[in-house]
Design a binder for this molecule. Structure first.
Ligand code: GLP
Length: 244
């Protein structure tokens, strides 16, 4: 595991965007695994900026997102579909036919999960997977539980995640209770992983995830077993980790 310590959120975002840019430059037809949340927002902003300056070309890139709320329409401003389009896809020259997000409106769980898992395998796997981390150690929407889920599945969100994500909705009641997410196995099959984290409220969970026991109770802890993980985090998020 590599740890890249940054000054602050803006510095974290630029460094993470640099790593994604390098991936696109080295392999213009790469498959990028993408994430939502406030952590990667600045990274997307930076990528858009470099695209506008003519330094990045997304025309050959395929994307596959980690997760989506179940039951939210694409047009819903809280859907991850909407998030990805407004923050990245509609602002760069990506072919939207090559952007993939679980279909939250497909109520047949098995059908949707099988479709998504097959899609990733047909694409030849993920070259670089971008991740944030939840306060309880979730990655994608893999919540703490008894086992590491191998494949894309439908999850019941925990109360702490519903509470954390409530800030994007008017009331907690409006936060969907379920989501489709790539499994831990799906994420672990990505060739490279880039996790971004910012702020002292992520310090304790980062310490547990990267230096604690590997357990499905802290889903991100499995990343300790991945051969190519880069953590880009600001110094506030790294206060629990004694890193240079
Ligand atoms: C959500 C997403 C995760 C994300 C997490 C942390 O629940 N499903 O993919 O990593 O929140 O979000 P934030 O970056 O806003 O702290």
């Amino acid at each position: 595991m590599r740890i890249v310590k940054t000054r602050d959120y803006a510095d974290m975002s630029r460094k993470a965007a640099n790593i994604i840019s390098a991936q696109i430059i080295l392999k213009p037809d790469c498959v990028l695994g993408l994430a939502t949340g406030s952590s990667p927002l600045g990274t997307y902003e930076q990528l858009v900026d470099w695209y506008r300056k003519g330094d990045l070309d997304f025309s050959g890139v395929t994307t596959i997102n980690l997760d989506e709320y179940r039951g939210l329409d694409r047009k819903d401003p809280q859907s991850y579909y909407y998030f990805m389009h407004t923050n990245l896809f509609d602002r760069v020259n990506i072919d939207t036919a090559r952007t993939n997000i679980p279909n939250g409106m497909e109520l047949d769980e098995k059908k949707e999960c099988d479709r998504y898992e097959k899609l990733i395998s047909d694409l030849g796997g993920i070259d670089l997977q971008l991740l944030g981390i939840g306060h309880n150690g979730h990655i994608g929407f893999n919540e703490p539980c008894e086992i590491f889920e191998k494949e894309t599945h439908c999850v019941n969100l925990t109360e702490s995640t519903i509470e954390a994500n409530q800030r994007f909705f008017e009331t907690a009641d409006q936060v969907p209770r379920q989501a489709y997410t790539m499994g831990i196995g799906t994420i672990m099959r990505a060739k490279k992983i880039l996790l971004v984290a910012s702020g002292e409220e992520k310090a304790e969970i980062l310490k547990q995830a990267f230096y604690g026991t590997i357990t499905p109770n802290v889903p991100a802890s499995i990343l300790q077993l991945h051969p190519d993980v880069t953590l880009v985090a600001d110094k506030a998020a790294l206060t629990g980790i004694n890193h240079g």
